[in-house]
Ligand binder design. Structure first.
Ligand SMILES: NC(=O)c1ccc[n+]([C@@H]2O[C@H](COP(=O)([O-])OP(=O)(O)OC[C@H]3O[C@@H](n4cnc5c(N)ncnc54)[C@H](O)[C@@H]3O)[C@@H](O)[C@H]2O)c1
Length: 431
């Protein structure tokens, strides 16, 4: 490390500590930090950010927190209010965390379209290409949704948002996603999926009125459960990855906040969501990229050449499930941080109920891309993935009117059309 870079790292650490030491003084650390950097010149700062590899910058979650600490002021509050303004009769006011993420973008846009007030929150971390998150943000911006840049662990920011807007609902989608990455960067899962969730629920329980909370759990909580299809009543105490364990912990944490504070909470167990504006770390996405580049793709198989299959669920179906969950959520019963009566607590599977072998997914992609894949069959490593997922959606059908309607062929066609147009615009790189 050269001496100038060492100096920046050192300054960075000092200001990170300052941020922790002065959590409510939101301007001091970040402003001082940027003042020092502007005095030192912008080039070295640029060098510092660029020369930090993605994985190592992700391994210190507090960095993300620091980078995104600028908020507040009359103009900012005006944008927040305008984004959250309801424009339809009986509309709801929703804070969507993880709004620049795959699911968050689609849910925010759908809420806005029907006239609800929507405010987004996202820390734009670099788990996968932040340019894609920025492009989703720009899309939301054009439809009138402001995505505040900040971390769900920033209690002062969350409280400020609730001071400015009396949110009736919180759609909590911000999380560290991905099963395999948990072996590389476990602390990011604790930071976002445990500490972050607790912070969101803390702020919600103290808000007046308390909002109703809908949040994303995951089908991964079924872990080693082999009884199919997976029903909400099945055991979920055998997670196969740290990601799954943090989602399972989230469900127990949700129970606690419902029980003690009267928060109305609905957990949604999504099953392998795919579609346009999707996540580059997911197989359907990086298979598409690699097939187009002529690179080989690794397809896993279970013991004795067993099929690996997923209950792939198209994003529009998931969005319908999210909106129905918000619409059927009862009010929280607490006030002043105290429970006044029992409150609603629900968990739903949101899947497609028709698992498809990953080999079939590849065949569909080959047809749509008109390129033959270079397949390499490998034994499934023990890195958190499970062999099979299959949702029983009876409960969601009954309580939410949830009825997925897009099959894999149709959904992938829409994804491929988006992928080709997004990455052929010349400005973006798929890595
Ligand atoms: N996509 C799927 O197949 C799937 C399946 C099961 C569960 N889920 C869950 O659904 C939710 C949405 O998933 P997605 O696919 O849209 O993932 P995503 O990674 O695209 O979106 C999550 C967003 O949250 C943001 N974020 C992460 N940590 C944050 C923090 N501490 N503060 C503020 N923002 C933060 C990220 O920047 C990202 O934009 C997640 O909770 C995920 O675990 C997704």
């Amino acid at each position: 490390m050269d001496s100038r870079r060492a100096l920046y790292v050192c300054l960075y650490r000092i200001f990170t500590i300052a941020d922790v030491a002065y959590p409510t003084s939101k301007h001091f650390p970040s402003q001082a930090f940027f003042l020092v950097f502007s005095l030192l010149g912008s080039y070295p700062y640029f060098f510092f950010l660029r020369s930090t590899p993605s994985s190592s910058s992700s391994s210190d979650p507090s960095r993300r927190f620091l980078r995104n600490a600028s908020w507040g002021g009359p103009a900012w509050e005006k944008r927040v209010r305008s984004s959250a303004r309801v424009r339809s009769r009986n509309g709801i006011t929703v804070l969507v965390t993880g709004a620049a993420g795959f699911v968050g973008t689609h849910v925010s846009a759908a809420l806005k379209r029907r006239g609800d007030g929507v405010l987004g929150l996202d820390n734009f971390n670099d788990y996968y290409e932040p340019t894609l998150k920025r492009a989703r943000q720009a899309l939301l911006e054009r439809s009138g949704v402001f995505v505040v840049e900040g971390d769900i662990n920033d209690g002062a920011l969350l409280r400020k948002l609730f001071d400015v807007v009396a949110f009736s609902h919180v759609m909590h989608l911000a999380a560290q996603a991905g099963v395999r990455y948990a072996m590389q960067n476990p602390s990011s899962y604790v930071h976002s999926n445990i500490a972050g969730l607790v912070n969101v629920l803390e702020v919600c329980k103290s808000a007046n009125p308390q909002p109703s909370v809908v949040w994303a759990s995951s089908s991964s909580v079924y872990g080693l459960n082999s009884k199919v299809p997976f029903s909400e009543r099945d055991r979920t105490d055998q997670p196969a990855s740290l990601y799954a364990a943090t989602k399972k912990a989230g469900e127990e944490i949700a129970h606690t906040y419902n029980h003690i504070y009267g928060l109305s909470i609905t957990g949604l167990r999504f099953f392998t969501v795919y579609g346009p504006w999707g996540r580059p770390d997911m197989a359907y996405f990086f298979f598409t990229k690699d097939i187009l580049k002529g690179k080989s793709i690794s397809i896993f198989e279970g013991p004795n050449h067993g099929t690996v299959a997923r209950d792939f669920t198209y994003i529009d179906d998931i969005v319908k499930g999210c909106l129905a969950s918000l619409d059927t959520a009862e009010k929280s019963t607490g006030s002043g941080g105290k429970k006044k009566g029992p409150a609603q607590l629900r968990v739903f599977n949101l899947g497609n109920t028709s698992p498809v072998p990953v080999t079939k997914l590849v065949s569909i992609l080959e047809r749509l891309l008109k390129v033959k894949a270079n397949r390499v069959m490998l034994k499934m490593p023990r890195n958190g993935d499970v062999q099979f997922t299959h949702a029983n959606i009876t409960l969601a059908q009954r309580e939410l009117g949830y009825k997925p309607s897009t099959d894999l062929q149709t959904g992938l066609k829409k994804f491929v059309r988006w992928y080709l147009s997004y990455y052929s615009s010349g400005k973006k790189s798929s890595g």
